[in-house]
Design a protein around this ligand. Structure first.
Ligand SMILES: Nc1ncnc2c1ncn2[C@@H]1O[C@H](COP(=O)(O)OP(=O)(O)OC[C@H]2O[C@@H]([n+]3cccc(C(=O)O)c3)[C@H](O)[C@@H]2O)[C@@H](O)[C@H]1O
Ligand SMILES: Nc1ncnc2c1ncn2[C@@H]1O[C@H](COP(=O)(O)OP(=O)(O)OP(=O)(O)O)[C@@H](O)[C@H]1O
Ligand SMILES: NC(=O)CC[C@H](N)C(=O)O
Length: 538
């Protein structure tokens, strides 16, 4: 009979911070040994470099630094073995996991399955490993896998055939709204196919447009989930494996997450803002607060991420700004306790149109004048960003980014776009939930009809289909890759479908210039959906 105790480090390992990441390995290994009595600790995929390091992997000096940090860990980790991920360079580069035990790097495993789809480009950087690896610790035979390895059947099967009774998978698996369910189903399948227990440890944190959710898992050989760690929290998790019963037992895990899917998405976006601002060393954020729902939700998210003292909201009214907008923007800013300014832009707008009058003589006002208002706001917000060192959040949502309903160099100004991958209908759902917690978003803002207030009595629905309909069409087209005919066959109006699809195609140029924002759906704009700007295909 043999039981052994190990630890899973569900933690953030920021990209490129090689020395800090190695220090975090030392600290967590000591804590796992002393507090949890663990004889092994496993860290997430590419621990030292962070994930994904992208083209840093093409710099020899970066690869050397990763190798150096890994080697320097060996003498420091005493009384506990550690599995640490890093890019291993041997002529070619491998996505590797090494076991450090008793002062030396005992072996190194190379990831066999390299993902090269959706947000992953691993074949651009890595050569695939070809060997199964099973090792013994405290009398238990453990199979070593790295992330995508478990998404294919063979690596786990080969480890089981080589005698593994427990499989340890270290991961950097990004969040999307369906991912947790997909992973669980997959892990159950691998456990039952091979009659092995599986311990799955995942990275946490925001990295540019990716969110890593943690949500580490323990799976019994019969496919039962023995434990689920909460989403988006840094945790050191203890585990006991009993080889006489082949069961895993969580030691001291926090209660399982009971949050709804929308609450988890909200928590992910909060984490994304906090990590983007913190890891890029900004003192805070600012945003234009219009009295509409997108900026109201963005403000609530920013305050939840950073605290009220690090957030500035600016109302910039014109003659088209309604009393409701002025009242509710002020009410929300006061309720949340953020720094709040009112900067009218009427004078700036008149100066612009006055300067342009000689060139525009004889031309009727049109969208040009609407865009000037949006751009005047962008100029003021960027000036405030320059002066205060606060980063500008842009407030556009996925529905708007899809159809180009935003002004280039206007409301598209900004460094990070928290709602970039959130459809407008989901903006409503998240806002209703958040308003219900403590009134962080005024109900009057949620219930009013969406309007850009760039001319009198303007409503979004004058120029766009109702958001329920728009989002349903967009989801078929973007996430589902459906054709116009498929979407029409699903019950949508022919002319509307064709108009929406046309808008998505012709607005690629705007999306290429848009700020990054956290990915929450199964197909986000950006690295995951790369369309040509110049294209004859409609
Ligand atoms: N293929 C292409 N490649 C590169 N650049 C291209 C281009 N096509 C146009 N352009 C350029 O882009 C310009 C047009 O883009 P842009 O200046 O942004 O202006 P545009 O797209 O014409 O207008 C902005 C749209 O956003 C809506 N809006 C604005 C502000 C807020 C909200 C809201 O409620 O959230 C909505 C507004 O109602 C309007 O539909 C053209 O004048 C041209 O310079
Ligand atoms: N009066 C205003 N004062 C401050 N910022 C504004 C104002 N009007 C627009 N903005 C900024 O421009 C963004 C886009 O605004 P707009 O109202 O045109 O569209 P929207 O998509 O309906 O957004 P929202 O729901 O926040 O109003 C807003 O989210 C806000 O950041
Ligand atoms: N880093 C990886 O190998 C991740 C790929 C995997 N399919 C996932 O999303 O979990």
């Amino acid at each position: 009979m043999s039981t052994f105790r190990f630890a899973l480090a569900q933690h953030d390992f920021p990209v490129g911070a090689t020395a800090d990441n190695a220090q975090r390995v030392r600290a967590l290994a000591a804590e796992a040994r002393d507090r949890l009595g663990a004889s092994l600790i496993a860290f997430p995929e590419l621990t030292i470099s962070g994930y994904p390091p992208e083209d840093l992997l093409q710099r020899p000096s970066f690869l050397e630094a990763c190798g150096r940090e890994l080697a320097a860990l060996a003498p420091d980790l005493t009384g506990i073995a550690a599995i640490v991920g890093y890019p291993d360079t041997r002529g070619e580069v491998f996505n590797a996991a090494s076991l450090i035990r008793e002062g030396k790097v005992e072996w190194t495993y190379h990831k066999q399955a390299l993902p090269n789809y959706t947000v992953f480009d691993e074949k651009r950087y890595f050569r695939a490993g070809e060997e199964t690896h099973v090792f013994t610790i405290e009398g238990v035979r453990v199979g070593m896998l790295v992330c995508e390895d478990i998404w294919e059947a063979e690596p786990a099967a080969h480890a089981a055939q080589a005698g593994a009774e427990l499989i340890l998978v270290i991961n950097a698996s990004p969040y999307d709204q369906r991912q947790a369910a997909t992973r669980e189903e997959l892990l159950r399948r691998r456990a039952t196919e091979n009659g092995v227990a599986i311990a799955y440890v995942n990275l946490v944190g925001g990295q540019d447009d990716l969110l890593f959710d943690g949500h580490s898992l323990l799976v019994q050989p019969d496919g039962t989930i023995a434990a689920r760690a909460p989403f988006f929290e840094d945790l050191l998790l203890g585990v006991e494996y009993d080889s006489s019963t082949k069961q895993l037992t969580p030691i001291d895990w926090p209660a399982a997450d009971t949050r709804s899917a929308h609450e988890v998405m909200y928590a992910g976006i909060v984490r994304g803002i906090r990590d983007y601002v913190g890891k890029n060393h900004f003192g805070g954020v600012l945003l234009g607060l219009s009295g509409g729902i997108d900026s109201a939700l963005t403000l609530a998210l920013a305050v939840d991420a950073l605290g009220k003292d690090k957030v500035t909201a600016v109302m910039m009214p014109t003659q088209f700004t309604s009393d409701l907008s002025l009242r509710e923007a002020k009410a929300q800013a006061e309720h949340l306790g953020v720094e709040y300014h009112v900067l009218p832009i009427e004078g700036i707008y008149e100066a612009f149109t006055g300067a342009l009058a000689p060139v525009f003589a004889g031309r009727a006002p049109d969208i040009t004048e609407e865009n000037l208002q949006s751009r005047a706001r962008g100029v003021l917000l960027m000036a405030m960003s320059n002066k205060t060192g606060r980063l500008l959040l842009s407030t556009g949502n996925k529905s708007e980014m899809a159809v180009g309903y935003a002004t280039l160099y206007g409301d598209m100004c900004g460094a990070y776009a928290p709602l970039k991958d959130v459809y407008k209908t989901v903006v409503f759902a998240l806002s209703r939930w958040r308003a219900g917690v403590d009134g962080a978003i005024p109900m009057a803002v949620i219930e009013r009809p969406p309007s850009a207030e760039l001319r009198h009595e303007q409503k979004d629905e004058d120029s766009l289909p109702p958001y329920d309909e728009l989002d349903a069409i967009l989801e078929h087209f973007i996430e589902g890759e459906a054709s116009a005919e498929d979407i029409i066959a699903a019950g949508h109006d022919d002319a509307t479908v064709r108009r929406v699809i046309r808008m998505v195609f012709i607005n690629e140029f705007k999306r290429r210039q848009a700020a990054p924002g956290p990915r929450v759906t199964t197909k986000a704009f950006g690295r995951e959906r790369r369309y040509p700007i110049t294209s004859g295909w409609r």
